[in-house]
Write a protein of this length. Structure first.
Lengths: 449, 223
């Protein structure tokens, strides 16, 4: 869930939506704040003006006594929630409807709280000295307080829905664009796995940039598919053109063989030729297989493959040949399961090439061990022998096509075995490493579990 | 058997036809797909041998059309391609078996015999016999002339396979596919060594050899 949220958060449309919302909110907040400040100060100004007027009225009285009478008279009529009058006469007596005295002359803002005063509210007061006493007139700021509430309400009513709508719009857009991008992504995945016939299915509501990308991807896939088809055509033409004459030779040789004496010198020659023809057929087959594996086409038919089963079968198949040449061929399973996605036949071919190589290039009495293990989330398939090994400097070269070590020239083989192994490993996204088995060679293949 | 061979390469075609005739079959040889399809539609053949790449109508199309019309004559596809994908495609279009060029005549002949719908030992049978050899599939006991023979599981499977197809040649690739269930080529002489191990137990201690080697083709237990 958190992963999906994080994924969504990283999507472009959502980020844009959030950015726009933030911008919009800031601008509206600033606007509201400014108009609130303007309105509030104009209210304040008018209260101040009234207060000055009130004060001017009291100043018009001739003496302190008159002021006191005037204050008493006015405060009887005044609503203390709106207007509070207070005059501290020179003799210390307090007149008015509230004893509010400020130390300093001038304007003050104060609040009355329940419990400490008879009435509550927020007031603006004006204090001045008058005929030896102190007069304080306070008018309620209730309107200004109410104004703030109005502005806060405006804020909630206008801004919140906007933010919510913009955010959910952004989310919907983000999810839709994520879906569209996923369509492109899965098409690309399928192409990578060898299915070049896949195309991005561009929807009618896709955005222009995605439509363009999808179109380009399809264009690329089309070009690649055409190339692959051409390549396949060429390789099957070559196969056909080369194998047909080879087939004729093979059948002629068989025919010839049937006509002559089994123990004659000619028969030996024919049998040699037949072996050569068979070898040529094998080279063609390997080359074609290599070309197809390197082009990645078998990926489309990958299935679940049990490596342990293949190892057991291959070791069992080779065991009598190994025993006949004085080798000890064993299989050890160092993990519970070893299952990968792949091509059963190619993996079998790969392993039998490795085992055959090990048997061929090691002397009598050598051990050849096939083992399966797990390490760092990878499945390790090893074929190790105790033969002469390969010098470290030549490790890279032996994987090259047709490369054969000088000392192995004398033995059979066409140098394609290991390059086919390397190509099959690469097809399965695996890695191949050659190591010194001290003594001998250890070939390690690593696959994703 | 009556066989139809559709092969565009005249040399290969005539050799195949001649070889099969020498084995006592009646063979019709046709060099293009269109005529091949017309001939095959007659339905009078026991086995069809079809080249995959043919002029006019290719082998795959011939077979698909044939199968589409309800013709079920067993078909063996010959091909210059040997990729697994081509093999799958061939089998999907209705081929019963697939043989990659270059092949030995013995391999072709053995596969044609395997395809022909001749009755083979029924699955229900519990005791298989050849001369004085007896294989009990329930107790998994093998005896020859009353002498018990110990076989490893795979040796048992190999012997059972040959016994069930008594009289028919089984090539090394057929044995690899059917006894070991592997479709790749392990190369060298792996099948030979397995057979010679089996022989060491089943044939060597006794007078008569049961498992014959058919030169250039494979192995057979005589009927």
């Amino acid at each position: 869930m958190t992963y999906r949220l994080r994924q969504l958060w990283r999507s472009m449309p959502l980020r844009l939506a959030i950015l726009l919302v933030a911008l919009f909110a800031t601008v509206s907040l600033l606007g509201l704040a400014a108009s609130y400040a303007v309105t509030q100060s104009s209210f304040e100004q008018s209260i101040r003006a009234s207060l000055r007027q009130d004060l001017a009225g009291f100043r018009a009285a001739p003496n302190a006594r008159a002021v006191a009478i005037l204050v008493e008279a006015e405060s009887r009529e005044a609503d203390p929630n709106r207007l509070i009058l207070s005059y501290i006469a020179p003799n210390g007596r307090i007149y008015g409807n509230g004893a509010i005295a400020q130390d300093d002359e001038g304007f003050h803002i104060f609040s009355l709280e329940r419990g400490r005063a008879e009435f509550t509210g927020n007031y603006l007061s004006l204090t001045d000295a008058l005929y030896g006493g102190v007069i304080t007139i306070a008018r309620s700021r209730a309107e200004i307080v109410a104004l703030r509430a109005v502005f806060v309400n405006i804020l909630w009513i206008s801004l919140l829905p906007t933010v919510l709508i913009a955010l959910s719009g952004g989310l919907i857009l983000a999810r839709r664009s994520k879906r569209h991008v996923e369509v492109v992504g899965s098409a690309l995945d399928q192409m990578t796995s060898g299915d070049l016939a896949t195309r991005v299915e561009i929807g009618p509501r896709w955005s222009d940039d995605l439509v363009q990308i999808g179109g380009k991807v399809n264009q690329m896939a089309g070009a690649q598919e055409a190339q692959m088809r051409a390549l396949r055509g060429v390789s099957s033409d070559i196969a056909h053109d080369l194998k047909t004459p080879l087939q004729r030779v093979a059948l002629c040789l068989e025919d010839l063989n049937a006509q002559i004496d089994k123990d004659s010198e000619e028969a030996v020659l024919i049998s040699k030729m037949q072996q050569e023809v068979e070898g040529m057929g094998e080279v063609f087959r390997s080359l074609l297989q290599l070309a197809q594996v390197e082009a990645g086409s078998p990926r489309a038919r990958f299935e679940t493959v049990d490596l342990a089963k293949i190892c057991r079968t291959v070791v069992e198949v080779f065991e009598p040949s190994a025993a006949a040449s004085g080798h000890i061929l064993t299989f050890t399973m160092e993990t519970d399961t070893a299952v990968i996605k792949g091509d059963q036949a190619l993996i079998g071919q790969m392993l039998s090439n490795l085992v055959e190589n090990a048997l061929r290039h090691t002397s009598e009495g050598s051990d050849v061990t096939v083992s399966l293990a797990k390490a760092d989330g990878k499945i390790l398939l090893r074929v190790a022998d105790t033969g002469p090994g390969i010098p470290a400097v030549e490790h890279d070269k032996v994987l090259e096509r047709h490369y054969r070590l000088d000392r192995s020239r004398a033995t059979a083989g066409h140098g394609l075995g290991l390059s086919l192994v390397a190509a099959i490993v690469a097809l399965h996204d695996g890695t191949l490493t050659l190591e010194d088995n001290a003594p001998g060679l250890e070939v390690t293949l690593r696959f994703d579990a | 058997m009556k066989l139809l061979v559709v092969e565009d390469d005249a040399t290969t075609g005539s050799y195949i036809a001649r070889g099969l005739r020498e084995e006592g079959h009646v063979v019709d040889l046709i060099e293009n797909g269109k005529d091949g399809l017309i001939a095959a539609t007659s339905g009078k053949y026991d086995v069809l041998v079809l080249d995959r790449m043919l002029p006019q109508v290719d082998g795959l199309t011939v077979l698909k059309t044939l199968r589409g019309s309800g013709n079920r004559t067993p078909a063996l596809m010959l091909t210059a391609l040997s990729d697994v994908e081509d093999r799958i495609e061939g089998l999907q279009s209705g081929a019963d078996d697939y043989l990659a060029k270059p092949f030995a005549f013995g391999e072709l002949s053995a596969r044609i015999h395997a395809l022909a719908r001749r009755p083979q030992a029924l699955d229900a049978e519990t005791i298989l016999r050849a001369a004085d050899l007896e294989m009990n599939l329930i107790t998994r006991q093998v005896t020859r002339g009353g002498v018990s023979i110990d076989l490893l599981p795979r040796e048992f499977a190999l012997l059972e396979h040959l016994l069930r197809r008594k009289g028919r040649v089984q090539t090394r690739t057929m044995l690899l596919e059917n006894v070991w269930d592997i479709s790749f080529d392990p190369g060298t002489n792996v099948v030979e060594t397995h057979v010679s191990r089996l022989r060491a137990k089943v044939d060597k201690p006794f007078e008569r050899e049961l498992i014959e080697t058919v030169r250039g083709a494979g192995y057979r237990i005589a009927e």
